[in-house]
Design a protein around this ligand. Structure first.
Ligand code: CP3
Length: 352
């Protein structure tokens, strides 16, 4: 019988004997061993070298003992595979394209053959799976169409989403066509990751928060539903991630992923109440809570556990990526506090 990792059980809202924990951006610049490697190697080279991507993926696990590994990669690599140039600038962040207009970039992309264009991702997945303990889950991922569309249309990060929203409101049919193209690319990419061996898939829709519930329902939800419906029956749980979207919780519930991530702006007890006992949730510590002293941090973690783990289907995590200045001792304290939490008849037992 193959071992089912506790992370996967929690995704499926099944009882567990301890609460699983991992940390968004757990492999990254707050880790000295990552910074060491990065001094010698550009970020995109790390992502595209399966041996190095495997090494970086395993760094936080070896140090802290999380219950899940996340593939070391980036959501923007899919846009590169679709035909747009990608660069990471130390000061301004990601840059897409070579100065064309957003519309030109939109017209230039096409859905790739992921196995052909992103073989390095599937190679890394196979190497990581060959190196981790079978009780640790490997999470594959992708950006969700809306968040990818913002980077494609804006050409990088943005504060006001001016270009994205102008395009969406002025050319709604072209916007839907773009979302469809991205959804097609995601379908093939996510299925290739499953084929290579991931145990769960997370869809990052970081910027969905800028949409009203009505626009979310019109421009995003149908595309998300199509992607997730296409993954049903593939035997791998799905996780939706977004930031600042407690105003969209009921819309996001309709996407149909097994798990919803929550940021720190919503009380996790209230979120679980609104979603009911069958929907697993992940979150929701403020990444800056790791800058508190150890005792206060422990208390913040326990408060979330008490409310989050009252029903099965709970995974401890931060509400967004860990900050690069985070003290590494805080991460160890967080993981140990979660693992010491007595599950009792809460997440291990029946719903109230
Ligand atoms: O450990 C992990 O979580 C897995 C790897 C991972 C990265 N990015 C590595 C990374 C994952 C899952 C992502 C997702 C991602 N990338 C998102 C969605 C989640 C979120 O944070 O909202 C987004 C929006 C991106 C795009 C992106 N990548 C930006 C805007 C930047 C620059 C800003 C920054 O944080 O440096 C990146 C770079 C990036 N992606 C780094 C890492 C470790 C830093 C690279 C470095 O300089 O070493």
């Amino acid at each position: 019988m193959p071992v089912v990792p506790i992370f996967v059980k929690a995704c499926l809202a099944q009882p567990v004997d301890r609460i699983p924990v991992w940390i968004m951006r757990q492999a990254g610049r707050y880790l000295p061993e990552y910074r060491n490697l990065r001094q010698k190697t550009p970020f995109l080279t790390l992502c595209k070298s399966p041996g190095l991507a495997t090494e970086v993926t395993l760094q936080p696990l070896e140090r802290f003992g999380m219950d899940a590994a996340i593939l070391f990669s980036d959501i923007l690599l899919l846009l590169e595979a679709m035909g747009v140039e990608l660069a990471f600038d130390e000061k301004v962040g990601p840059r897409l394209g070579k100065g064309e207009s957003g519309e030109e970039r939109v017209r230039s992309i096409s859905a790739p053959d992921p196995v052909q264009e992103m073989g390095y991702v599937m190679d890394a997945i196979r190497q990581i799976k060959g190196s981790i303990n079978e009780e640790v889950a490997l999470i594959g991922f992708s950006g969700a169409p809306f968040t990818l569309a913002t980077y494609l249309i804006e050409g990088g990060s943005t504060r006001d989403f001016y270009a994205t929203k102008s395009f969406m409101y002025q050319q709604p049919s072209a916007f839907h066509r773009l979302m469809e193209t991205l959804a097609d690319a995601l379908d093939a990419f996510l299925k290739a990751q499953i084929e290579a061996g991931v145990d769960a898939l997370q869809l990052f829709d970081t910027w969905a928060m800028v949409l009203s519930p009505k626009d979310y329902r019109e421009f995003v939800l149908p595309h998300m539903q199509r992607i997730v419906a296409g993954l049903k029956g593939e035997g791998v749980p799905t996780i939706h991630y977004s930031l600042g979207t407690s105003t969209l919780l009921e819309e996001m519930e309709q996407i149909g992923t097994d798990v919803l991530s929550l940021d720190w702006k919503i009380d996790i007890g209230e979120a679980r109440q609104r979603l009911g006992p069958d929907r697993a949730v992940q979150g929701n510590l403020d990444p800056f809570a790791l800058f508190q002293d150890g005792e206060r941090l422990e208390k913040s973690v326990q408060e979330i556990l008490e409310k989050g783990a009252r029903w099965p289907g709970y995974i401890f995590n931060l509400g967004h990526g860990i900050h690069q200045k985070t003290p590494v001792e805080s991460v160890q304290r967080l993981v140990d506090t979660v693992h010491a939490f007595p599950v009792g008849d809460a997440a291990g037992g029946s719903a109230e």
